[in-house]
Write a protein that binds this ligand. Structure first.
Ligand code: ZN
Ligand code: ZN
Length: 279
């Protein structure tokens, strides 16, 4: 299989939509490969994540594991990485396995010291400047404006990559028309924050795995977590008191997907890239 076909095969795997969110309306074919190509040349990367579930008063299990998978892949490539989360989220997400974590509210006059800025399941502001859950609830009170970094990056020659699954995340500003016309509450929740590249997936952690799979093909080595590692990433978050963002339960699931369904794309991605790397 040639490289282009392999990228397309990765897209098909991560575009699976078990939650029936209408993910196929929000996909941009080719952005995955373009994002990975750009990321391979990164000198320093900042990854923003963390989605607060207001009723459960903790973070959801979609986002941080994806951020961690990308961070680990970049570490293997010897590209320095820092995670950035809400100031009140640093303790819990650090406990959940993200290292090193920087906090928001840092000196905003200091430009970000990175070449690439990535968001994994992180809210982007809607047209009214507020932040909304998928169900249309205003959660601005628990969401610091980390999306401002992505807005400012456009003037700083920083490459931006958004990974999302619902339409309200950083990056989805690139397809906001589609969010408004195809996604429930789209008119309210649609993110206005666009990124250079947008990776849409059935769940955002899958989008992150897809990016790592594409990066693996380009780097010539398998940078993906295995099933056991991905399971551990999830259980670290549950140990840190995070919850499923759909069910609100503190158990091994993501976006309402039980662990078996959640992990299902990972062996497929390994199967896809391994023969390629051996040839
Ligand atoms: Zn989402
Ligand atoms: Zn999600």
């Amino acid at each position: 299989m040639d490289l282009d076909l392999s990228f397309k095969a990765i897209e098909r795997i991560i575009w699976d939509d078990p939650g029936r969110r209408g993910v196929h309306h929000l996909t941009l074919p080719g952005d995955l490969a373009r994002a990975a190509t750009s990321l391979l040349a990164a000198r320093r990367v900042t990854i923003v994540t963390g989605f607060y579930i207001i009723d459960e008063q903790t973070y959801e299990t979609d986002g941080p594991p994806g951020a961690r998978a990308i961070g680990h892949a970049l570490e293997l490539l010897e590209i320095p990485v820092e995670f950035l989360v809400d100031s009140f989220g640093a303790v819990i997400l650090r406990k959940g396995g993200l290292q090193p974590v920087g906090e928001a509210h840092r000196d905003s006059s200091r430009p970000l010291d990175c070449t690439h800025l990535i968001a994994v399941e992180r809210l982007g502001r809607a047209a009214d400047g507020r932040y909304y859950s998928m169900r249309g609830r205003d959660i601005s009170s628990v969401t610091e404006p980390l999306d401002q970094l992505f807005i400012d990056a456009a003037h700083q020659e920083i490459v931006t990559i958004g990974i999302g699954d619902g339409g309200n995340e950083i990056g989805m500003g690139k397809v906001s028309d589609m969010v408004m016309s195809h996604i429930p509450h789209g008119g309210t929740i649609s993110s206005t924050v666009a990124t250079d590249f947008l990776i849409t997936a059935g769940t955002s952690n899958w989008g992150a795995w897809g990016l790592v799979a594409a990066l693996s093909l380009l780097a010539g080595r398998n940078l993906l977590p295995n099933v056991e590692e991905a399971t551990n990433h999830l259980s670290n978050l549950i140990d840190a008191d995070c919850c499923d963002g759909v069910t609100g339960r503190r158990e091994l699931s993501v976006d309402g997907l039980a662990i078996e369904s959640y992990l299902a794309p990972l062996p497929k991605l390994h199967e896809l890239i391994d023969p390629f790397l051996q040839s």
